[in-house]
Design a protein around this ligand. Structure first.
Ligand code: ARG
Ligand code: ZN
Length: 466
């Protein structure tokens, strides 16, 4: 589900009509479907995502053998055609595809790089809801990002952790891997008994299956971008509790980290409660945190409802940051990867707000520290030069500076209203930078181009210090 695929669909429909008028379509009976596009033309990753359909639900059934590293999966993807479709693509990196079917009828599949093409026996007319089933297996290979970091299915001594920002989720399941197509998920994990198997959302069942294994089913019933899907399999010490009255909280930590992390884990419900006051209702029906041994993951990630931290990054600012992403990034999700500052600038500003309230560091002082740092001026946050820069300092720190200048322009009261209103207006949806500036101006009641956007969001280089 998402906005861009629908926009692409109406364009495709318009082009199809033009094609008919121009006599380009062979004179067969009925409207002839065309293959869905192989990418959504993201400014940084043109091939991520696919055109012609809109996914509403993923049901993944995954069996993992930590000894061999082999994953056996079945993906059932429920989607709606946004054009007359003769074939459709899914993004998948590595692995071997077995059978595929569409609505139970065998479908032809072919592979070219990270693009899987599924050709249903019968064409799928515009508007039709359908389910594609893909069986696959193999040892998943992680991806190395443009910035040198690693993502995807990361194998550990006794299990694995799967993370996917921006593109790693295609290493462990086929899908429409662009943030503009959000969907609900059910992820079933079969793993050796004695290991913990976690994913997003709430645990709906767990039971023994063959071979001494246990199958655990997790359900993420609010929309999720595929880059936020996660799996953690391994030896973890887990706790369950609640936050915000009735939201189940699951924490899981590498066994050697139980006592070192206990204090901060106990702060999680309180941090969420304060963020809920600031940002509006918590968008999900589950929460938690997972702390892995160092060495597996090079960064913390806001995986939906279940953010993950390498041991060395499980500190208070990072916890505040990843929890803030549940509103900014996970519920309000970037329209394209160019809008990443809407995630990182807001999560960084949440750290500044926390430091202002509990650490006696006024946000103005955080702003001045960031202002003084040369690395924050490498490029404007609204326009990272390349994929390797999506998680660079200007996206985080200058992104937060934009928000601070906005706060100084509109005043604290309006700014507070604006944070909550933004999270409410685009709850469980996608938003772009243009959506944000338009929204902020509508709340402020005036144009903010000269005062804020031109200099702080789009400007090259460091301006005079305000
Ligand atoms: N979103 C993560 C954060 O909260 C950072 C992810 C970095 N990903 C990467 N592939 N370098 O800071
Ligand atoms: Zn972040």
């Amino acid at each position: 589900t998402g906005r861009s695929p629908r926009a692409a669909a109406s364009l495709a429909a318009a082009l199809a009509v033009l094609g008919l008028l121009a006599g380009c379509t062979p004179a067969t009976s009925g409207v002839k479907g065309t293959p869905g596009a192989a990418g959504l033309r993201d400014p940084y990753f043109p091939k991520l995502g696919n055109g012609g359909y809109d996914v509403s639900r993923y049901a993944l059934d995954l069996a993992y053998d930590p000894g061999t590293g082999r994953l056996d999966g079945t993906a059932r993807i429920t989607a709606r055609a946004t054009q007359d479709l003769s074939a459709l693509n899914l993004d998948l990196s590595g692995l071997t595809v077995g059978a595929a079917s569409v609505d139970g009828a065998p479908a032809a599949v072919s592979r070219a790089g990270d693009e899987l093409t599924v050709r249903p026996r019968d064409e799928l007319p515009l508007g039709r809801e359908f389910t594609v089933t893909v069986d696959y297996s193999g040892v998943p290979e992680p991806l190395t990002d443009a910035d040198g970091s690693t993502e995807g299915w990361l194998r550990s001594d006794d299990g694995a952790v799967a993370v996917g920002e921006p593109a790693g989720s295609m290493t462990w399941f086929p899908g429409n891997h662009h943030p503009s197509d959000k969907a609900v998920y059910e992820i079933a994990l079969t793993a050796p008994g004695g290991l913990t198997a976690l994913s997003n959302g709430v645990r709906v069942s767990s039971g023994k299956v063959s071979g001494g294994r246990v199958r655990t089913v997790w359900r993420q019933s609010e929309p999720m971008a595929s880059y936020l899907a996660t799996v953690m399999i391994g030896r973890y010490a887990t706790t369950t509790g609640t936050a915000l009255g009735s939201v189940p909280v699951v924490t899981a930590v590498e066994p050697g980290l139980v006592s070192a992390t206990a204090g901060l884990r106990a702060e999680l419900p309180g941090i969420l409660a304060r963020q809920q006051e600031r940002f509006g209702p918590y968008p999900f029906g589950a929460a938690g945190a997972v702390v892995t041994a160092d060495g597996l993951l090079g960064y913390a990630l806001e995986t939906q409802t279940r953010p993950v931290f390498p041991a060395g990054s499980f500190d208070r600012p990072t916890l505040v940051h990843e929890l803030a992403h549940q509103w900014f990034g996970n519920s309000v999700t970037p329209e394209t990867w160019r809008d990443i500052w809407l995630n990182e600038g807001f999560a960084t500003y949440a750290e500044w707000l926390y430091a202002e309230e509990y650490g006696s560091v006024p946000a103005r002082r955080s702003f001045e520290t960031a202002f003084a740092e040369d690395a924050n001026w490498a490029f404007p946050p609204a326009d990272p030069p390349a994929a390797e820069n999506l998680f660079d300092p200007p996206v985080y720190q200058r992104g937060a500076m934009v928000l601070h200048r906005l706060r100084e322009a509109v005043g604290d009261g309006v700014f507070d209203e604006l944070l909550r209103g933004w999270a409410a207006k685009y709850r469980h949806a996608n938003a772009s930078t243009a959506d944000f500036t338009a929204y902020a101006e509508s709340v402020a009641g005036r144009d903010l181009d000269d005062e804020v956007w031109e200099v702080w969001l789009y400007g090259d280089g460091r301006p005079e210090k305000p």
